[in-house]
Write a protein that binds this ligand. Sequence first.
Ligand code: ADE
Length: 238
Amino acid sequence: MTSSPTPLMRLDVISIFPDYLSPLSLSLVGKAIASGLVGLGVHDLRDWTHDRHRTVDDTPYGGGAGMVMKPEPWGEALDAVLDDDTEGTTLVVPTPSGVPYTQSLAAELATRKRLVFACGRYEGIDARVMTHFRDRVDTQEISLGDYVLNGGEVAALAIIESVVRLLPGVIGNPESLVEESHSPDLDGLLEYPVFTKPLEWRGLTVPDVLVSGHHARISAWRREQAEQLTSDRHPPAV
Ligand code: ADE
């Protein structure tokens, strides 16, 4: 009998739509979970409500459109899911008003023992929840980008995928983690274009330099392409 490895990381996600997290059973992340490298718990926030309607939201103080998630279910859910010892744990709250998510933040999260995701919906979670838990656990409010999703679940999926692939043993060939877009090995440049066989496809050929066998020239060409792509698509913010 083979014993499963000690998990490298424990993940917990709290959401009113636990089924939204089902893609976590697929692909590399799914394999990491199935093999025991990563532990996963998905929790329904409504399990911590006490009324007949399992209410999780209410109208905002101060007025305005939309609903706000009530603090009590979140408080009870996080009390239950977090351990007393929160050393090595980060509470991740996906929100469009969070700090922008980057590869270096992914690398930082990949060093943690445990990530707990609080996925808000509607206009967000009562701000006192973050104020309270910030004192008990490292808390990061993170935005995937300058656009608005309907809730934090898709952001949690994206963050989890980007973190789990950095854990040792998750990607078969760790060499593929170097020289990819946003990696430190490419100095923050976007990745150069890539090609595979056949040499000619629909009248388009692979750049000659890539079949030249000349490693220095290939490296120089890739660098040039990466710089060009970065200045076209991703110019540095001023
Ligand atoms: N929830 C809603 N929009 C979001 C975004 N852009 N990033 C993270 N979480 C979100």
